[in-house]
Design a protein around this ligand. Structure first.
Ligand code: GAR
Length: 208
């Protein structure tokens, strides 16, 4: 059984999708050991408590240096014996040191089809604003390993979602979450815990 930490910043609907999948028996080889929030008001913390999962809060600006923050985060993950770190709407940029410590053991969900609308500055609603501004007809979500490049790690799963006439960023965000993120993030976690994601020549290959 692998120990999973989920890092969150906001509403935590992706966290909820994973907790629900776990409750349905869809993540048999993983357990949610702790939820770490980047701010104490994140509603995701309530979701974790309701599911009986331990919570921690780590606020980047309360640490005077990047190293001090990294020490605290890495120490916390070690204390919980974490095997897999899941970034689920986590808005604090992690350092290269943290990314390297959890290389191929840390995954992120991004609300677009990477390499579109990703990298620095593309997060949350901004991603959907950019997709609508460009006029793409298809967008979606991506789950990928985290490396030192923003949204640059090996892609594990992607799912496409149609853009419709009259979409606002909010409407598109909701459709991408419902039709893609809440499906592929729990699935990727389950695949990881089952040992079904292999790295071959720098790419992630899912062995179904
Ligand atoms: C999700 O759409 C997630 O993909 C996005 O933030 C939202 C968090 O929602 N993450 C990023 O943009 C990271 N680059 P949630 O708190 O309800 O899961």
């Amino acid at each position: 059984m692998l120990n999973i930490a989920v890092l969150v910043s906001g509403g935590g609907t992706n966290l909820q999708a994973m907790l629900d999948a776990k409750a349905r028996g869809e993540i048999p080889n993983g357990r949610f050991a702790c939820v770490v929030a980047s701010n104490p008001k994140a509603y995701a913390l309530e979701r974790a408590k309701n599911a009986g999962v331990e919570t921690e809060v780590l606020v980047r600006k309360e640490f005077s240096t990047q190293d001090a923050y990294d020490d605290a985060l890495l120490g916390l993950l070690e204390r919980h014996n974490i095997d897999l770190v899941v970034l689920a709407g986590f808005m604090t940029i992690l350092s290269e040191r943290v990314a390297k410590a959890y290389a191929y053991r840390m995954i992120n969900v991004h609300p677009a089809l990477i390499p579109s609308f990703c990298g620095q500055g593309y997060y949350g609603l901004r991603v959907h604003e950019a997709a609508l501004e460009y006029g793409v007809k298809v967008t979606g979500a991506t789950v990928h390993f985290v490396n030192e490049v923003a949204d640059g790690g090996a892609i594990i799963l992607q799912k496409a979602v149609e853009v419709q006439n009259g979409d606002t960023p909010e409407i598109l965000q909701k459709r991408v979450m419902e039709q893609a993120e809440w499906e592929i993030l729990p699935k990727a976690v389950s695949l990881f815990c089952d040992g079904k994601i292999k790295i071959q020549a720098g790419k992630a290959v899912v062995i179904e």
